[in-house]
Design a protein around this ligand. Structure first.
Ligand SMILES: [Zn+2]
Length: 257
């Protein structure tokens, strides 16, 4: 590990889908339009950020301003609309897909159950396009308080199915809903993963926090969220809830149809 890397961890961004969705079809603001994704990633490159593959992240050989871009859930639109943007920029990325949901839809979300997920060929196409295809569980079950049989299905079985498709063992896991507890973190380690990502709550190598990027970002909020002090500022605004509306009023949010 380089000196810079030892001092500063890479920025890890969490996206979900890529595409243009109405607020009605995407009530959780999970989809970022492709031109917005392009502008955000282009901006990172222009500001001197080094984009990482998962392998380089794991080896620890990165400069101080490094970023790992991740996409959760394995939406078909990631392949159709996200991959062209990534390829155009030569920007590496990591996708976390569900081992038991190939060709299904986002049924774990009652308010948007119909968003198509990649089938096995689509997942293979993601890997062929150069993305690191990693594990997001079997069917998006929350691992907090999960029993042993559930953990086995969500981790070991999901990883085995993924390995059959991509031809290599998944190294990283992303917790559904970002949710984890000590048993889940131990099970992820025992299942052979090298690291795991959460969202806001970090707990060592098996719960590395990520910054959530969603459809509400403006250029200003994206700049704020990729600022080194953002996670700390977010925690502080959580402690002083009255600051949040003031911050939002200041930086605004993207208009959605
Ligand atoms: Zn997810």
């Amino acid at each position: 590990m380089t000196r810079a890397a030892a001092a500063v961890r890479p920025l890890v961004l969490m996206y979900h889908g890529v595409g243009t969705r109405t607020a009605r079809r995407d009530p959780f603001c999970l989809f970022v339009p492709p031109d917005t994704l392009h502008r955000q990633l282009r901006g990172l490159l222009d500001r001197g950020w080094t984009p990482l593959t998962l392998g380089r992240y794991l080896r620890g050989d990165f400069p101080a301003r490094s970023v790992l871009v991740t996409f959760d859930d394995g939406y078909r639109a990631l392949l159709d609309e996200g991959v062209p943007v990534l390829r155009g920029l030569g920007f590496p990325a990591t996708a976390f897909v569900l081992g038991g949901m190939f060709g299904a839809t986002s049924t774990w979300m009652a308010d948007m159950p119909d968003e198509p997920l990649l089938d096995a060929d689509g997942v293979r196409a993601l890997a062929d396009a150069g993305l690191d295809v990693e594990c997001h569980g079997w069917d998006h079950t929350d691992l907090v308080n999960a029993d042993a049989a559930t953990l086995t299905r969500q981790l070991g079985r999901a990883a085995a199915v993924l390995a059959d498709i991509t031809g290599r063992r998944a190294r990283a896991f992303a917790y559904p809903y970002g949710a984890h507890d000590a048993d889940a973190r131990r099970a992820v380690a025992e299942a052979g993963f090298s690291l795991a990502f959460s969202v806001h709550d970090g707990a060592g190598r098996y719960a590395v926090p990520r910054v959530d990027i969603n459809a509400t970002e403006t250029d200003a909020t994206f700049r704020l969220k990729t600022w080194r002090g953002y996670p700390t500022a977010r925690r502080m605004s959580g402690a002083v809830p009255s600051l949040r509306p003031a911050l939002h009023a200041l930086i605004g949010h993207a208009h959605r149809p």
